[in-house]
Write a protein that binds this ligand. Structure first.
Ligand SMILES: [Fe+2]
Length: 281
């Protein structure tokens, strides 16, 4: 991972829409793009933290709309794996777990659905994008700064997050991969994860999550926002192509089919509805 000084930073002078994990869910991705339009946020001020293609029905169409209309995109482990035609998703699931078993089905569907042009796009994505906003420099990455598929949760230790932020050499990190939204300010530094657009937040509701970062006075307002979309349609298409595997139901119930990757705190929070929130940093 390159230090901050070696990486050009994109100056953003208005609200920034941050999202991740569209996971081949075209219905949800289109709803997000419509929401960006309603908010008046242009694609130049949108950042995706990766995993554009994964669990859901429409890998090619989702990759295509994110590529054309979704703004700046950081490479996720799914892009790294699919772009390089790797044998598996590279999510970091342990062998023999339910996550690993479920991944076999959706990964095969994603491999079949993509074309050479979109694989090349995925291979060429940057692993890190720095932005300047509200007087702060933030590094957008996928999992962690040190490793694309490291899971950083809200419950991950403060020391680990501060080590990752120090490695980035920035005022904060925007991450993805774990699929759950959270914002933490640690010793004046920021860790922010907008959650995922393509799968609910395991909170027992079908809503999906994005965030908006807005310069405010000398600070930055960070809002976690819920998005409603036509989840029954997205689940129906999955069942129609025999991509049931648990994730179709998850779109409706808001509960993940497997929680193998979750630490105890996040496991306890399963099924508890999350409320939209805002933090001023
Ligand atoms: Fe990921």
């Amino acid at each position: 991972m390159m230090r901050a000084m070696a990486i050009p930073a994109i100056a953003m002078d208005g609200p920034v829409l941050v999202y991740g994990g569209t996971y081949s869910n075209l219905f949800a991705t289109l709803a997000l793009l419509e929401q960006a339009e309603r908010l008046g946020i242009p694609r130049e001020r949108m950042i995706c933290t990766g995993d554009v293609v994964a669990y859901c029905a429409e890998p090619l169409a989702t990759a295509d709309v994110v590529r054309r209309f979704g703004g700046h995109v950081v490479m996720g482990n799914c892009e790294e794996s699919l772009g390089n035609e790797a044998a598996d998703c590279g999510c970091g699931f342990e062998e023999g777990t339910a996550c690993a078993a479920l991944a076999v089905e959706w990964y095969a569907h994603a491999v079949d659905g993509l074309d050479a042009e979109h694989r090349a796009w995925m291979r060429g994505l940057p692993r890190r994008i720095d932005i300047l906003i509200g007087g702060r420099r933030l590094a957008a990455i996928h999992g962690a700064v040190s490793k694309i598929n490291r899971f950083i949760f809200a419950s991950t230790s403060r020391d680990e997050k501060l080590r990752e932020i120090a490695l980035a050499g920035t005022d904060g990190v925007i991450g993805g991969h774990c699929g759950l939204p959270f914002t933490q300010i640690l010793d004046g530094k920021l860790w922010h994860n907008p959650g995922a657009i393509g799968l609910p937040a395991n909170d027992g509701t079908p809503r999906v999550w994005y965030s908006v970062l807005t310069p405010e006075g000398a600070g930055l307002r960070i809002e976690h926002c819920a998005l409603d979309y036509r989840y029954r349609g997205a689940a129906g298409i999955m069942r129609g192509i025999n991509l049931a595997g648990g994730y179709a139901a998850a779109l409706e119930t808001g509960l993940w089919p497997s929680c193998d990757v979750l630490p105890p705190d996040e496991l306890r929070a399963r099924g508890r509805p999350i409320a939209p929130s805002a933090v001023l940093w």
